[in-house]
Design a protein around this ligand. Sequence first.
Ligand SMILES: [Cu+2]
Length: 78
Amino acid sequence: MKKTYTIQIEGISCGHCVASIQKILDGLNGITASSVDLATGKASIELDSSQLDLQTVIQSINQTEIYTVKSHENENII
Ligand SMILES: [Cu+2]
């Protein structure tokens, strides 16, 4: 089952940050689509819930100790 989420990330201030977050997301098995927006600090994620859950995504970002996931919203099953 595929699910989509929007997560709010604190600490994104430039294109390098966006690239770092994108790299983390690209490295996770089960992400089927993602994008990171510099202006809002929000990332849109589509994942395969049989391979990955949102908590793992959040932990992977928080592990950087640079970027922190503040909230998530808009869970949709597609
Ligand atoms: Cu930056």
